[in-house]
Design a protein around this ligand. Structure first.
Ligand SMILES: Cc1ncc(COP(=O)(O)O)c(C=O)c1O
Length: 381
């Protein structure tokens, strides 16, 4: 029997996993101070780019001797420039448990043609991190698998005295989870994820050992200008102080500064983590209370607090993929949850963003709608 529609609706129904909801305080007027129509190399532009770098350092607690660069092509650009610039010097292990990690495997195995050791796990699972030789090998992995909602629980599996480098795609982790900077040599993310900024630019964070590799190793393959981090064997320092490789969007920069300002206003990383955890707890309570839905992540220790992936588990469901799509469509049609269908390559289900820009009250208002949509779809089958 179909149930009655809930009385309360989320104020903001945006639960997309990227681009993610803008900070709750966001308005277009907040961007009025953008250095539009000015050169990004003029003092005003450079100051804003530098502020974006240094406020990132501040909020994420990135050590003073790490380099932070703003690079083209969002997180993908940052990851690919890192892999193309650094890999090939030693054996590399590629770890993947969902779509984006698999994309980096393709890059390294099929495009760079490196004889990498590839370790894969199915959606919902994670590779056995204890088998990774972080002491000797370069390792490429994704901190939070956005399309499966599975994250590494911590960095304990990474050797402190390692000789290889760790390359970490942290795009759906940064600003929601603790990242152990001493264990990460290359870290990347995009503004469009946890802070609800705009895509287009990526952040590339390098440890001193990553810089050392860049300055002592030249890859066997050609590098386009857009990937080049060194000149004459030396790091191009300007990239890490706001002199970008090519022209950035000053509108996107302003938007990121507004997001960082909001992040500081909610208590920085501690506040952002608490917001993401509280959001995830709303979903966990719902899952506990309903036996027809479960997390895709098998081990609770690996459960994401940003891209929360859910699967339906009810014998009455005739066709899983069609059912999940219909539930998401019903919620979207009601305007109570936008873009929460599972990622196209992932198992069927839902993916609900819980990063800090999402208000807990909106998730609380949305969950009864999920119950409503589920029952309506069961009745409609
Ligand atoms: C883990 C991960 N890596 C890479 C990307 C690609 O990011 P972008 O489109 O910002 O380059 C995404 C996007 O969702 C992602 O979740």
């Amino acid at each position: 029997m179909a149930i009655e529609a809930p009385a309360t609706r989320p104020v903001n129904p945006r639960f997309s996993s990227g681009p993610c909801a803008k900070p709750p305080v966001f308005t277009l007027e907040k961007l009025s101070d953008a250095a539009l129509g000015r050169s990004h190399r003029a003092a005003v532009g450079k100051e804003k780019l530098k502020a974006a770098i240094e406020t990132t350092r501040d909020v994420l607690g990135i050590p003073a001797d790490y380099k932070i660069g703003i690079v083209p092509a969002s997180d993908t650009g940052a990851m690919e420039m890192a892999m193309w610039s650094l890999l090939g010097a030693r054996k590399v292990e590629m770890l993947a448990w969902e779509s984006f990690g698999s994309g980096w495997v393709t890059d390294v195995v099929k495009q760079l043609k490196l004889d990498a050791e590839v370790k894969l796990a199915d959606y919902g699972e994670i590779v056995d991190l204890a088998t990774v030789d972080t002491k000797n090998n370069d390792v490429v992995f994704t901190w939070n698998g956005t399309t499966s909602g599975v994250r590494v629980p911590n960095g304990d599996w990474i050797a402190e005295d390692r000789e290889g480098l760790t390359l970490c795609d942290a795009t759906s982790a940064a600003f929601a989870m603790d990242l152990p900077w001493d264990k990460l040599d290359v870290t990347t993310f995009s503004w469009q994820k946890v802070l609800g900024g705009e895509a287009a630019h990526g952040m590339l964070i390098l440890s001193p050992r990553a810089v050392e590799r860049l300055e002592s190793y030249t890859p066997a393959w050609p590098l386009p200008k857009i990937f080049r981090l060194t000149k004459g064997g030396k790091l191009i320092d300007g990239i890490f102080s706001g002199a970008t490789i090519n022209t950035p969007s000053m509108l996107a920069v302003e938007d990121y500064l507004v997001a960082l300002d909001w992040a500081q206003s909610v208590g920085g990383l501690v506040g952002l983590k608490a917001r993401a955890d509280a959001n995830t707890a709303v979903i966990a309570d719902f899952v506990d209370a309903h036996d027809w839905i479960d997390f895709l992540a098998v081990d609770p220790a690996t459960r994401s607090n940003t891209s929360v992936c859910l699967k339906f588990s009810d014998d009455r469901i005739a066709e899983g993929a069609a059912f999940a799509k219909a539930v998401a469509k019903r919620l979207e049609a009601e305007g109570v949850a936008l873009d929460i269908g599972a990622y196209r390559d992932a198992p069927s289900g839902l993916r609900i963003w819980c990063g800090g820009t999402v208000e807990t009250a909106d998730l609380e208002a949305m969950m009864p709608w999920l119950n409503w949509a589920f029952e309506a779809e069961i009745a409609a089958q």
